[in-house]
Design a protein around this ligand. Sequence first.
Ligand code: ATP
Ligand code: MG
Length: 696
Amino acid sequence: RSANSLSEARKVRHSRPGKGQAVRCRPLSALQQNVSAAAAAAPAMEASTVDYKHSLLASREDYDKMYKRSIEDPAAFWGDIAKGYHWEQQWEDDHHTHNFDVTAGRISTEFFKGGTTNIAYNCLDRHVKEGRGDVDCLLWEANDPGTERRMTYSEVLAEVCRLANWLKAQGIKKGDAVAIYMPMLCELPISMLACARIGAIHSVIFAGFSPESIAARILDCKAKVVLAASAVKRGKKAIDLKSMVDKAVGFASRDGFEVEKCLVCHNTSAGGGKEATPMKDGRDVWWDAEIPSHSSECAVEWMHSEDPLFLLYTSGSTGKPKGVLHSTGGYMVMAGTTSRYVFDLQPGDVYWCTADCGWITGHTYLTYGPMLCGATNVVFEGTPTYPTPARSWQVVDKFKVKQYYTAPTLIRSLLSSGNDHVKAHDRSSLKILGTVGEPINPEAWKWYSEVVGDGRCPIVDTWWQTETGAHMITPLPGVFPAKPGSATLPFFGVAPSMVNEHGKAIEGPGEGYLCIKQAWPSTIRTIYGDHDRYETTYFAGFKGLYFSGDGCRRDEDGYYWITGRVDDVINVSGHRIGTAEVESALTLHPKCTEAAVVGYEHPIKGQGIYAYVSLIEGEELEDALKKELTLTVRSNIGAFAAPDILHWAPGLPKTRSGKIMRRVLRKIASKEESQLGDTSTLADPGVVNQLLSNRP
Ligand code: ATP
Ligand code: MG
């Protein structure tokens, strides 16, 4: 296509997206009112300050000054920060450009143009060269208590080099894709770093995805090599992983693509000897038979700043997962900088992120960010509630974890098990507590702060996405007060714009669609192999803006409150109600551990409120409890937000990353269960049938 016809096509798309390219925001006429009913019923705006001294920022004024410069002169701001990393070749003075306007040509972002670097070098070699080689890099904790493994930065570097040399021996070179299907073993971050070292693009696939999902991801990027593990035990359940890879490779072959090599790490912690894992001659080889014979030195591939680093799929909670592509330099600088400021991470700090490397959180805040800071990372193979809900705090005490980062779904689940399992453990090493993945209800926030953090740990509620690559809106501990349930203020370089349905910016307090005005270093560069889908998904909705798909509220202090996906806003008789708010209200009831709210067609109100509720052990949803739950919502938000239907949900359909798949709940609520869509990323597909058999 010529440049001209391309920009024409863009204009058409901009005004009227074609079939299958629907812009994800539903026009909501009530958005014209700046402050909606839900916003008016917002939780109390209490601010919470704990005594914490940030090592880099003395005050809110420091933040304000840096923030202002980061927005007004991003090239200079990020240039200064990037000097803290090793670049083989310096970037040009004029290193940053971006275009977020679909009518002005191709959507693009560029940072550190002309510069070359390598993220694996910055994560490992740099620390070893600067004398930190003996610092622990990985502290691995097996699923079953009692087994652990420690690896220093020097040891990780050596293993990364051996694997990198093996990859090169298979013919993998810069720009080739490598698929990784492994549980949380040290070998997983090692595999990612080995790819990065030689410029191969890694695509990590959460270990547990079905053979169909694996095959689709292998095919999407034509990965000739798969790095896998034999099996994993999660809680009491042993899962055979290699057989899933075998099936996936078979599916790929049926579709005309041959995987040439599969390197298998024998996971002894899953039990069983090697004989339990069938290996195909010529294709499958064991890690421990191959890797040790390779050299522990491997020259670094110097990458241009905009060379691709990895490919990763979103969690699929709103539709078919998107293959998000991140590039090298900008991602590196932003991953390192957010880790340094948001977790106040310093070399040797023991830090635990509970996310799996199969998700963006495990990429940016388990592998890359903390290692760029020289921190010591806990890598946990199991589930945080096995064998008991106290497991997390046992691990915290054992390794003296300073920063702990997890998801609201785990916090709610631990909360429902009571306080004793927390209080029985010391936890005095904890300094900062983080959360990510979903809006956190103030109730869970307070429990996290008061019970887990003993009231002395700042909470960082970090809003960001696979697409943003790094934290976007987040508290900075000790720098400004937090408010339970608010992600607070934008990080350096992040310029949020809250707009109405016409894309008009709303100034001051109000509610709207959360967009970003200008590129930040770790901006998603494209959807792998589909730049058109990239442009329509994120940039065609509102001219000149990146649209996150999320709604937000901004209060009089400029703090942001994420209200969830805009698809999750319900319009009841003209009142706009964020599902997150109703869910928060329901979980205020002591018997309700978790709630998921969706809209359904209502003959009178337009949309009605359909609430799925999970209850504490032993409770059932009887009429008396239904009344109490309804009353809780009425008194906390208002009568207009009272659920029309309450549906008891012993389990909720969640993605593998712990997010509630509301689109599935919407289909069940509207009795369209024949059209559930792509559910391949559900952690437990069985929940769907349970809900169907359980209709109120
Ligand atoms: P898909 O885009 O395929 O539906 P997904 O959006 O669930 O998948 P992710 O990129 O992992 O996949 O999740 C990002 C989303 O998670 C955000 O858009 C937001 O809705 C939610 N989220 C993340 N952190 C927070 C937070 N601190 N507060 C509120 N919501 C959050
Ligand atoms: Mg998303």
